[in-house]
Design a protein around this ligand. Structure first.
Ligand SMILES: Nc1ncnc2c1ncn2[C@@H]1O[C@H](COP(=O)(O)OP(=O)(O)OP(=O)(O)O)[C@@H](O)[C@H]1O
Ligand SMILES: [Mg+2]
Length: 324
């Protein structure tokens, strides 16, 4: 079954200019994506490329300028709030700055119990046992429930956020950079926990991150975003070992190399900074070492890359561009 489908999703923000000549930014610029039930889908891309906006569009926190969001075969982006409410528990998000989304005046117990009580998924009597169960699920000791958020470490706060989301028994969980702010050892613990939970609860997950390595570790499939567009989609292994799009290749090459035999291989490096998106053609054109005249005419559509099925890239050079 298809859990989530995005069709031509676009979010346009006004970022400046005047009433007569406004300046617009397509933070999400025509994303098509299908995530089947039980899949862990990773989204990577540099800061500002539209990852959080994409997540907010799915959650209904932001309204799309264009396009559609379908959840389990039902279109949800245009549903009135009262029709969305019964579905709300089924898709949950752990926010990028989730630590600060915890109410500082509430104890962990109430933070986790409140959404379950609101949606009538537990009763006041049963809540403590349910919270204890959830704390155990995310690897926190039971006595944490008496603590306030400021008495927790970053990793512990992240686990509380996860427990709060899991309490609603979501079918789809969106995790927006759940480990970026944590140190490496805690990152590994949370990533391992997510992998276990995904298998144990048969969750469908969208995992958003900066770093390819962390996202690849937990994902079955991955999508690479650049300036609001998906530029490459494929299974996590393929994307890492045989990236087709120059932007993905630059991301892979930017990761530290631990294998000494790989240190001398040619690397793709982008020039310049992320700037304004050109009105036409490939958004990477001004930074790409492979850019040529024809790139200005590219539509950005994802095309199949020869090789493993389901590997798609927006770069016309994808076919001949296997990673050396
Ligand atoms: N409400 C808003 N109004 C105007 N512009 C916005 C708004 N929200 C986001 N943007 C812009 O949209 C772009 C995408 O933002 P978004 O938060 O989705 O990026 P991101 O990929 O999540 O970045 P990061 O990795 O830093 O979290 C950015 O250029 C941002 O400045
Ligand atoms: Mg973000």
């Amino acid at each position: 079954m298809t859990m989530l489908e995005l069709r031509g999703l676009r979010k346009r923000y006004r970022t400046g200019g005047t009433a007569v000549a406004p300046v617009w930014l397509d933070a999400v610029d025509g994303v098509d994506l299908t995530i089947p039930e039980g899949e862990f889908f990773g989204v990577v891309g540099e800061s500002g490329c539209g990852k959080s906006t994409l997540a907010k569009l799915i959650m209904g926190i932001e309204q799309p300028t264009e396009g559609e969001v379908w959840f389990k075969g039902q279109r949800i982006d245009n549903l009135p709030e009262r029709d969305r409410r019964p579905l709300r528990t089924q898709y949950q998000m752990v926010f990028q700055d989730s630590g600060s989304s915890l109410n500082p005046r509430k104890r962990v117990m109430d933070i986790i119990a409140e959404p379950m009580l609101y949606h009538r998924l537990t009763t006041r009597r049963e809540a403590p046992a349910r919270v204890a169960e959830l704390l155990a699920l995310v690897g926190l000791p039971e006595d944490m429930q008496a603590r306030y958020p400021h008495e927790l470490s970053g990793g512990q706060r992240q686990r509380v956020c996860l427990a709060r989301a899991l309490g609603l028994k979501p079918k789809l969980l969106i995790l927006d950079e759940p480990v970026s702010a944590l140190d490496v050892s805690v990152q590994a613990q949370i990533l391992n926990l997510l992998r276990e939970l995904q298998q144990e609860l048969q969750l469908t997950c969208m995992f958003i991150g900066h770093g390819l390595a962390a996202v690849r570790y937990v994902s079955h499939r991955m999508g690479v975003m650049y300036m609001g567009r998906m530029v490459e989609i494929g299974d996590a292994q393929t994307l890492f070992t045989a990236p087709a799009h120059p932007y993905t290749r630059a991301l892979v090459d930017a990761a530290p190399v631990t294998d000494v035999t790989q240190r001398s291989r040619p690397r793709t490096q982008l020039s310049g900074e992320i700037g304004r998106k050109p009105e036409y053609g490939c958004p990477l054109m001004s930074r790409c070492p492979h850019a040529e005249g024809a790139c200005a005419g590219l539509s950005g559509a994802l095309l199949p890359v020869p090789g493993p099925l389901g590997h798609l890239s927006a770069c016309m050079k994808a076919g001949g561009a296997s990673h050396a």
